[in-house]
Write a protein that binds this ligand. Structure first.
Ligand code: 3HC
Length: 699
């Protein structure tokens, strides 16, 4: 214990002359779990009862001041005292109080600081109210106390964006009272306590301040959040709560609680919190830990969109990068793309201009693979053809230094077959990036049969350094993401073939929360890619029993165009925004007539149900056969690589909200129409029988 009297396992207090010190020590981030809440109340009450001190300074041990409420307690039966009750006691303290903020003071942590009578922060520290990112709103007075200090517009900005602001900005806005040089939190606590006593650090109760009404700012923010994020209910609730901050504090807090509870009880809260923990859980596995290999020089083969994006990502993380292309013009194009990507990062505020120049200085373009002789890792990102990859890995085998890691960015191909072209298969793995590779956060780390443990752990280390979410996948056609996409992609074609229009499908899935429906995505990405793939596959013959080979999509490509880049595809783009292409309806009628299909009506819910059921069925098979380690790994692949709506938590988190029994019932009903496509995965049937959920399989 940092101080001599402990009031719980996480809180202690003591005295330095007239200054009482309360220390919170609750690793890793001093979250306000029950031990902190109980201990804090007891400490404030004991210090006030002692009546020995003239000031109370609250500080934290470890890396940060309180970083929020303990999210792990959400959804469980609440334990008294609530944080709101604790903060009432803190604010009411007859002895003036001050918070000493270091690290990241977030959510309930900043609300605690708002309830003390002054806030002192160390230079370089950050603060914020990120609750909206977890599907809730500040629920312990943040929406009421911050506007009283900073005004409503700044409170709206901080609470609606959830951003971590610099304490210097907080000082400017009145949200922080003083910024001091960094030091030991306890030393600063003693010094600030003495300043309160000397009258050089003013204190006041936030409750006593009247917030200045700003109806225009509240209305404009409400309008903005409803337009920008129509699916998220908590943003509007947050704005409304802040709007209530002109009421007396007790009434405002009551309003805040009402808005908070709407969010707390919503499935969006559960989905977003699953996403928060899931992002951390994917690398919390033995394969990601342990010895790693040295990584400083990275070679990238291929200067196309993918290779340039990977090189950009590595340069942004500070690695030396050698980019290899076979022809000078292709190499020049690759360097130009990397430069453009880095310029974009500067203009988006992701990188400072001097860092961009330093990154570019670390890029070495080369026309010969021999330039890769001394790199620690090679990432091959060339055309998706096995013969080409085998040839490259054969050459790398002779060129690269012993111990260099050899990775392929293949999206589908067999890593074991690629590794077999070398006499060092233990050094080979898949590193599957998602386009644009310097932006998308997913990295599938594909384990070959012979991949060495330190090679795999280095893959996770790389993901972390690149700011990506690394997810372990086993070898199969398409790994986790593209394999599942390949399956549910078919249901989209079936829906259109059987009666839905492309626009109806897009509208339904956008209403589910997808940023863009699949046909609009197709038009944006270019229909030619799918067209060429289907032509290749047609030459190989359709798998037995498959009832659709892409005739509608093929005819759109052949007769209309390849989407946005040609001005026509599923939609027309003459006016900028997409308008359904009438010629597509004719093509669909033509194909249905040829196949003797009488179109059926699908409701929006039918479309969502069929799409998600197909999605979940293949995801269940991916978990069942071990391609993904756990359901949460599948969820994170889709959140970070495919734009699956974050508030739904991922396909398998969403599956639990439906239940395995209902999913099996649906699949059996759909199988009446197409028993070849709709099959109940044995794992799902077992879950329906024994009541297991996907969440159970995560632990
Ligand atoms: N509750 C419980 N556990 C938490 C937590 C929290 N609020 N915040 C972080 N953790 C855990 C993480 O799960 C992780 O656990 P693990 O080691 O077992 O995986 C560990 O703390 C360290 O977290 P990170 O790996 O994220 O560490 P970083 O140093 O990268 O980041 C951080 C630290 C910036 C504090 C980041 O963890 C974060 O953003 N946390 C969430 C902050 C937040 O959202 N606070 C608001 C909570 S809601 C609230 O306060 C409601 C109130 O209004 C009533």
């Amino acid at each position: 214990m940092a101080e001599s009297n402990s009031t719980s396992e996480a809180v202690s207090y003591g005295y330095e002359g007239d200054v009482a010190l309360i220390c919170i020590d609750n690793p890793p981030v001093n979250a306000t779990g029950i031990a902190v809440r109980e201990g804090l109340v007891k400490a404030v009450e004991a210090i006030n009862a002692d009546a020995k001190a003239k000031a109370i300074a609250l500080y934290c041990a470890g890396r940060t001041f309180i970083a929020g409420a303990d999210i792990r307690e959400f959804g469980k039966p609440p334990k008294a005292p609530s944080l709101t009750e604790v903060l009432d006691v803190l604010e009411a303290s007859a002895i003036p109080t001050v918070s000493i903020m270091h690290g990241t003071t977030l959510g309930g942590g900043y609300e605690t600081a708002l309830a003390t009578h002054a806030r002192v922060a160390m230079k370089g520290a950050k603060f914020g109210l990120p609750e909206v990112l977890l599907g809730i709103i500040p629920g312990a007075g943040g929406t009421q106390r911050l506007p009283r200090l900073s005004g409503i517009p700044f409170a709206l900005d901080i609470a609606v964006s959830g951003r971590h602001a610099k304490v210097e900005e907080g000082l400017e806005k009145g949200a922080i009272d003083r910024v001091v040089e960094p030091g030991e939190p306890r030393d600063i606590a003693v010094a600030m306590g003495k300043e309160i006593i000397a009258g050089t650090l003013p204190t006041r109760r936030t409750a006593d301040i009247q917030a200045k009404a700003d109806d225009a700012a509240v209305a404009a923010t409400l309008d903005m959040v409803t337009k920008k994020n129509p699916h998220l209910i908590n943003l509007a609730e947050c704005v409304k709560a802040i709007g209530a901050s002109t009421l007396p504090l007790a009434e405002g807090l009551k309003k805040e609680r009402e808005h908070f509870m709407v969010c707390m009880n919503s499935p969006q809260r559960a989905g977003l919190i699953h996403a928060f923990f899931g992002e951390r859980a994917v690398s919390n596995i033995p394969e990601a830990k342990g010895e790693t290999r040295n990584l400083q020089k990275i070679g990238v083969i291929g200067g196309g969109t993918m290779g340039s994006g990977i090189a950009t990502s590595c340069l942004m993380a500070g690695y030396d990068v050698t980019l290899v292309e076979v022809k000078q013009d292709a190499l020049d194009r690759g360097v130009a793309t990397i430069t453009k990507n880095l310029d974009g990062a500067v203009s988006r505020g992701k990188m400072k201009a001097d860092k961009r120049d330093a990154a570019l200085a670390k890029l070495s373009p080369a026309l010969e693979m021999e330039a890769l002789a001394d790199v620690d890792l090679v990432i091959e990102a060339v055309f998706e053809k096995m013969e080409i990859k085998k040839d490259i890995f054969g050459k790398l085998n002779t060129i690269c230094k012993p111990g260099a890691i050899l990775a392929s960015n293949t999206s589908y191909l067999d890593i074991n077959a690629i590794a077999a072209c070398t006499d060092r298969p233990q050094d080979v793995l898949g590193l599957h990036f998602f386009s644009p590779a310097h932006v998308m956060r997913l990295l599938e780390i594909v384990q070959g049969e012979k991949t060495a443990p330190d090679v795999l752990a280095t893959g996770f280390h790389l993901a972390k350094n690149l700011g990506k979410v690394g997810v372990l996948a086993q070898v199969c056609d398409g790994f986790i993401g593209n394999r599942i996409l390949g399956h549910y992609g078919k249901v989209i074609s079936y829906l259109v073939l059987d009666g839905a229009s492309p626009q109806q499908v897009d509208d339904a899935l956008e209403s589910f929360g997808m940023a863009m429906g699949p046909h609009k995505v197709g038009d944006l990405a270019g229909l030619d890619i799918g067209y060429m793939t289907r032509q290749r596959r047609k030459e190989e013959g359709l798998p037995p029993g498959e009832r659709y080979g892409g005739d509608i999509a093929d005819r759109i490509s052949e007769r209309e165009g390849h989407g946005r880049k040609t001005g026509k595809g599923y939609y027309l783009y003459e006016t900028g925004s997409p308008v359904p292409n009438p010629a597509v309806a004719d093509i669909i009628d033509e194909v249905r007539a040829e196949k003797g299909i009488t179109p059926k009506d699908f409701t929006e819910q039918d479309i969502i149900d069929r799409y998600m059921t197909a999605f979940i069925a293949e995801a269940a098979r991916v978990v069942e056969d071990g391609t993904a380690k756990r359901p949460v790994d599948v969820d994170m692949v889709f959140l970070f690589g495919y734009g699956f709506p974050r508030h739904r938590g991922g396909p398998l988190h969403y599956a639990d909200t439906i239940g395995a029994k209902e999913l099996v019932r649906r699949i059996e009903a759909y199988a009446q129409e197409d028993a070849n496509y709709w099959k109940v995965p044995p794992l799902l049937r077992k879950m329906a029988e024994d009541g297991t959920t996907f969440a159970d399989l995560n632990s």
